[in-house]
Design a protein. Structure first.
Length: 127
């Protein structure tokens, strides 16, 4: 698979959904990048603590609450992903609008459910 997902809000704590998502993405043979507040490794994926100018990011999956997302708007827009997934608790209509204006698909969904139901790679950029 050539699709690369950036997990924004990655955690080293195994009980956190971002941590579980990293594992499930890796298990599904997807390329994974991760950004979090603490560096470390989850399922072979380095968690970066600096925002890096990654290339060819297909999906950004958010695990950051809406108030904190504002700090990442420009960064995510500059990555120019095909879509941004708003996991439960990250819903943010203001950011949806900004993404749509920039031709980026905003998807309100759960990464773990999408993976479990084989829908993760099946999305329409025009929804």
């Amino acid at each position: 698979m050539s699709e690369t997902t950036l997990v924004l809000g990655a955690s080293l704590k195994p009980e956190r959904y971002s941590n579980i998502a990293i594992g499930k993405l890796v298990d599904n043979s997807l390329n994974v990048k991760a950004f979090g507040l603490k560096s470390g490794i989850v399922k072979g994926v380095d968690i970066d603590t600096e925002l890096k100018p990654y290339k060819n990011i297909d999906t950004v999956t958010l695990y950051v609450n809406p108030q904190r997302q504002k700090d990442y708007y420009s960064y995510i827009l500059n990555l120019n992903p095909k879509r941004v997934i708003f996991n439960p608790g990250t819903e943010n209509p203001e950011f949806y609008d900004l993404l749509i204006e920039n031709n980026i698909h905003a998807e309100v969904a759960c990464t773990l459910v999408l993976l479990a139901t084989n829908q993760y790679l099946n999305y329409s950029e025009n929804e």
